[in-house]
Design a protein around this ligand. Structure first.
Ligand code: GAL
Length: 774
């Protein structure tokens, strides 16, 4: 039995006294997950969370001498002294890993649990010891449960399932009294029917459906332990699949797939790391369904079980990583903690079907033969079914892992993506790109459209190269969302703007690049608002469209201009090259005084001047202009007149219309033009929430759009937010729209009803309702 201990804690920040039971009287009441300090949208001072706090909780339990009692703390930052009923249980280090404490001989009917939590960075514990490019926050930021089991119980089990239906279960039993017992194994399908029963830990299941990224079929293993006096049941979800990185790529169930993904930090505004279940799951959905990627790296530490569970459910592959960042400690204590973290990481994560590799090397650290030989050995002893990888940022480093992982930051423009893998790794090893882009072109959601486009094109160039080099099995970009960081990194506001989404999980143009390559939906994202003033020299420039469609027809109002196809010359290897629009005149050019066969030369020349400017004209344009001027005795003024007629004076209030076609069918239509009217929209993928013992945080999105439904990124007026019903506002009540978007976070309680989020913006009021049901 699992009893949640998440609610009704007393909390005191900056706790300096020695431990005593007075905490109960003086603290404020909080629930877990909890952050020691509310996190502002930016300019967070890390000293506000690097502190010692006290948490205390009273709980009652019926004591049964046949039972064992365990405290299960899934994550707190960073280390704690823990007391139960005035008895010191010990000093525990969590950081990113769970802590389980047997309290059987100390628990009573009425209990007081006290945790004195130290959230300061400690140089003896990875990732600390030197500089770190991320904030780690403070608090008991994951769930705390009391686990009550019979004295004879299943401590842990590891299930492996192969694609031919073979299952192997490795069970570890707590058996203090050395009882005789029996074990039985049941496998249930999705509908809950038992499809296999076995008395042996190795058995075969027939007619299985494999787990893969499109059909993530999962089964439930139930292990039944029984003796005369005791019994226990443990459930583990699993899938049948084979995952293998080879020298020529990654194979899932013997089928080769290119893995394209992003790195995830587990951070949110306001709550730091303390995101409950729904928010954790929401990230997995955003990565898989909204951005469309097939792999995530949990950089640079083990992440929430809720996140990993969701990855299993929706078919998002995962590679994890031991806590760290560049620094390897030479002190014995640091190294022992590192080994301990590796072991705990594997034990926490090895039953996740979506997990296909363990990151056992401190991200971007130097070679260390002793440290990494042992790290690999620890993993292989605990799980010999998965490969290890180690992330480095320098070429030809010693590779003790099964996979050579490399952070390739050579993309300095929109023309070079990745180095040839042979340059970085001369070993006979599978090869993955574990990071690219990121700091090479940091981009805020409020940056000019040309900067946001440049970030997107750099990601496209790298992904194009990932498809070019067969050896690149996976290409994982830096990173999913912007994140908080120390003053020696990031922008002056302590944020690294490296995300393809902002910290509120709202997309930048770069997110569309991923979506257009991998999504099963029709994608046609126009990476521009077509505003000339957003670009250098006031040039409207080319229009890039991230799309998986076959072709796009462009109109100005009802006037057809031209049809555009994927740009296979610049994005030769992408499954879906971008469509580049470079002709804004096309078939609208109509000048009977010229011969029709010369129209294309006029159109080419005028487009070039429009797109790249008179000062940058290419040779071809110059030649055309000379030829046409001589042939038709044109004056400079005539050329200017033509330019004005087809560029400057073109009815600017009439929008451009983009029609996207797939298999000859019109499937998407979008309009972009000078806007006249604006409004806000409020939406969420959550319409109703089933309440549990724990609170949830629900994201609700606000967008400022024009009459064509395009986001208006430069809006500066704040929105005012209030809530009604059984919800609380987590976000600030007055917020600017950032890049035309914002995410409002609201918190549920145990109360049912309708939660209303009311947004006021200028003279508009919009309401979003969420049903909260039991
Ligand atoms: C990498 C590092 C990441 C992050 C990134 C910034 O070197 O592994 O954690 O700092 O740079 O782009």
């Amino acid at each position: 039995m699992k009893m949640s201990l998440n609610s009704s804690w007393m909390f005191i920040k900056d706790y300096t006294s020695l431990f005593n039971n007075e905490i109960l009287k003086n603290g404020c009441i909080i629930s877990l997950p909890h952050t020691v300090e509310k996190v502002p949208l930016n300019y967070l001072n890390d000293q506000t969370y690097q502190t010692v706090s006290a948490y205390q909780k009273q709980f009652n339990v019926t004591i049964d001498p046949k039972k064992s009692y365990y405290l299960d703390l899934e994550g707190f930052m960073l280390q704690a002294d823990i007391y139960l009923n005035d008895i010191y249980l010990g000093h525990y280090i969590s950081g990113f890993l769970p802590v389980k404490i047997d309290i059987t001989d100390k628990v009573k009917g009425q209990n007081i649990l006290t945790i004195i939590l130290d959230s300061r960075e400690d140089k003896n514990i990875p990732p600390f010891g030197f500089i770190v490019d991320y904030f780690t926050f403070g608090g008991i930021y994951r769930d705390v449960n009391l686990i009550i089991k019979d004295k004879l119980n299943i401590d842990d089990a590891f299930v492996t399932a192969t694609i031919d239906g073979k299952v192997n279960v490795d069970v570890k039993i707590n058996n203090p009294a050395n009882c005789q017992y029996s074990l039985k194994y049941l496998v249930k399908n999705n509908e809950g029917s038992v499809i296999k029963e076995s008395n042996s830990a190795e058995f075969l299941v027939n007619d299985i459906k494999l787990w893969n990224i499109n059909e993530p079929n999962l089964y439930l293993l139930e292990i039944h332990l029984k003796s005369e006096e005791y019994e226990d049941i443990k459930q583990i979800r699993f899938g049948f699949r084979k995952a293998e990185f080879k020298k020529d790529g990654f194979y899932l169930n013997n089928k080769k797939i290119k893995l394209i993904g992003l790195n995830r930090h587990q951070v949110y505004p306001y709550v730091g790391y303390a995101a409950p279940k729904l928010l954790q799951e929401d990230d997995a959905i955003t990565l898989k369904k909204d951005i469309g990627i097939n792999i995530v790296r949990t950089s640079h530490y083990p992440q929430s079980e809720y996140f990993l569970d969701k990855c299993d459910e929706i078919g998002l592959l995962v590679i994890d990583e031991v806590p760290g960042w560049q620094h390897i400690g030479i002190e014995k204590e640091w190294r022992e903690t590192f080994y301990n973290f590796i072991e705990r990481m594997v034990l926490k994560e090895r039953n996740h079907t979506s997990l296909i590799g363990y990151g056992v090397r401190i991200d971007e650290s130097q070679d260390d033969h002793e440290l990494y030989s042992k790290a690999n050995q620890i993993v292989h002893t605990l799980d010999n079914t998965r490969q290890t990888l180690g992330v480095r940022n320098f070429k030809k480093s010693e590779c003790l892992e099964d996979i050579y992982a490399y952070n390739d930051f050579t993309c300095c423009s929109t023309t070079h993506g990745l180095d040839d893998p042979r340059k970085s790794c001369d070993k006979d090893k599978p090869y993955i790109i574990s990071e690219h882009d990121g700091h090479m072109f940091s981009t805020k959601p409020t940056d000019s459209s040309s900067d946001r486009l440049t970030q997107a094109l750099r990601h496209a160039t790298v992904i194009n190269d990932a498809y070019k080099y067969e050896r690149v099995s996976a290409c994982i970009g830096w990173c999913f969302v912007d994140y908080y960081t120390h003053g020696n990194f990031g922008s002056g506001d302590h944020i690294c703007y490296h995300g393809v989404m902002d910290i509120n999980r709202n997309p930048k143009f770069a997110a569309s690049i991923y979506k257009s390559q991998l999504s099963n939906d029709f994608v046609m994202d126009i990476l521009s608002n077509l505003d000339a003033g957003d670009n250098a020299e006031n040039l409207p420039g080319l229009i890039y469209i991230a799309t998986n469609l076959d072709y796009i027809k462009l109109y100005k109002g009802d006037k057809y201009i031209n049809t555009f196809y994927p740009d296979k010359s610049n994005y030769k290897y992408l499954p879906h090259p971008l469509v580049v629009i470079n002709d804004f005149i096309g078939k609208t050019f109509n000048e009977p005084r010229f011969k029709e066969k010369d129209y294309s030369k006029f159109v080419y020349a005028i487009n070039t001047i429009r797109n790249i400017g008179i000062a940058h004209m290419d040779k071809k344009t110059k030649l055309y202009l000379v030829e046409l001027t001589l042939k038709y005795h044109l004056q400079y003024k005539d050329i200017v007149d033509l330019y004005n007629r087809y560029v400057t004076d073109v009815d600017y209030l009439t929008p451009y219309i983009f029609e996207g076609y797939s298999n000859g069918q019109l499937v998407v239509v979008k309009k972009v033009g000078v806007s006249k009217t604006y409004h806000i929209e409020i939406s969420s993928r959550y319409k109703s929430i089933k309440l549990t013992d724990n609170y949830e945080i629900i994201p609700v999105k606000v967008k400022y759009v024009d009459e064509y439904n395009n986001v208006m990124p430069y809006i500066q007026t704040p929105i005012q937010i209030r809530v009604e019903g059984p919800i609380e506002l987590v976000s600030d009540p007055n917020l600017p729209l950032i890049g035309g978007m914002q995410t409002i976070l609201v918190k549920t309680s145990q109360k049912e009803g309708i939660g209303r989020i009311i947004v006021n913006f200028q003279n508009q009021e919009k309401v979003y309702e969420i049903k909260l049901i039991k």
